[in-house]
Design a protein around this ligand. Sequence first.
Ligand code: 5GP
Length: 145
Amino acid sequence: MSLHGTYDAQNIFAQIIRGEAPCYKLYEDEDVLAFLDVFPQSYGHCLVVPKRAAARNILEIDADNLAKLMAVVQRLTRVLVDELEPAGVQVAQFNGAPAGQTVFHLHMHIVPRYAGETLGVHASVKADPAALAQLQARLLQRMAS
Ligand code: 5GP
């Protein structure tokens, strides 16, 4: 499965959206869901996904849903920067396996970058659940303030 193909409704993010798989949820409305990446490449690595669009990548989503997605990406990026105070932040998105995509439901990565820290390997090391829960609580509190 790569740049062109059929949407697989059993992909992990579709399962998370349907509530069939767990996530460390940060934000949800009727169109968009945001949660922590469980294989984070840096502290605070988040994912933002469209809920209503069965889009594997940016080529397949309509402009309205894309705009709603990006509005949440910007909002969550601000929260991450305010709370975690990284030196920089990457907002990234991959289309097709050769571009680095491993889950074929469109998603935006928000990856805080800290001075002197190299990026972890993509989708490789699972974070400690307690640390993820603690980070989730911290970000939720910041969002509520
Ligand atoms: P992609 O490689 O498609 O751009 O990104 C997929 C992302 O999903 C990776 O960063 C990977 O760590 C993350 N990921 C894979 N499986 C799960 C999961 O079950 N839960 C969460 N929260 N993230 C996942």
